[in-house]
Ligand binder design. Structure first.
Ligand code: ADP
Length: 202
């Protein structure tokens, strides 16, 4: 039962690392950004409601995001653990998640923070825009998202640090190296991948 978050500035490689972590630890990768993009692509009512916001790099209102996460965490695959990727992003979302997990008698085990340099990030994101054509990867939107992150999301890091949950990992360098750093940092906290667990203890 591994319940974790991954946080980091736009372009720090959260998505890439999230999918590696989740396959290694046998938990679902729940990316609010992916869920919003999927809804936008499929032109669902939610997608239509959030498209302009997501494209401009602003945050979707907390009420909508919290409801989406509540529903997603009710699905079977999330019962025994999850990695939330891109949520919570505001203090209000932190409080909401606290109450949601409390009400289920669950708690977080770790918050992985990917730390990365701003210049490196801009070059990564510009590259991703060319490769994937994300509408929110224009240079203006990237800058805007970085500002929004600094203002809204970086205060969360302190909250989780104070709770002793923060696992800081250098997000620069090769994707495999970063993945190894994350695994090593989690192992120090006794969180180990599926297959390396001593089942006799569990
Ligand atoms: P990034 O690559 O910038 O980290 P994400 O894929 O996590 O992007 O999110 C893309 C966009 O989806 C955000 O800029 C925002 O508009 C919306 N979004 C994702 N997660 C949240 C959230 N927790 N709260 C509000 N908006 C969100």
């Amino acid at each position: 039962m591994t319940r974790m978050l991954i946080v980091g500035p736009p372009g720090a490689g959260k998505g890439t690392q999230a999918s590696r972590i989740t396959s290694a630890y046998g938990i679902p990768d729940i990316s609010t950004g992916d869920i919003f993009r999927e809804n936008i692509k499929n032109e669902t009512p939610l997608g239509k409601q959030v498209k302009a916001i997501v494209d401009s790099g602003d945050y979707v209102p907390d009420s909508l995001t919290n409801e989406l996460v509540t529903n997603r965490l009710l699905q079977d695959d999330a019962r025994n653990g999850f990695l939330l990727d891109g949520y919570p992003r505001t203090l209000e979302q932190v409080h909401f998640l606290d109450q949601l997990l409390d009400s289920k008698g669950q708690k977080l085990e770790a918050v992985i923070q990917l730390v990365a340099d701003q210049d490196e990030i801009v070059s990564r994101l510009t590259k991703r825009a060319q490769e994937q054509g994300r509408a929110d990867d224009s240079e203006d939107a990237i800058r805007h998202r970085q500002q929004v992150y600094l203002r809204e999301t970086s205060p969360l890091i302190d909250v989780y640090r104070d709770r002793g949950l923060l696992v800081e990992v250098d997000g620069l360098g090769d994707m495999d190296e970063v993945a190894e750093r994350i695994k090593a940092a989690l192992a120090e906290r006794g969180i180990v991948p599926v297959g390396q667990r001593d089942e006799s203890v569990a």
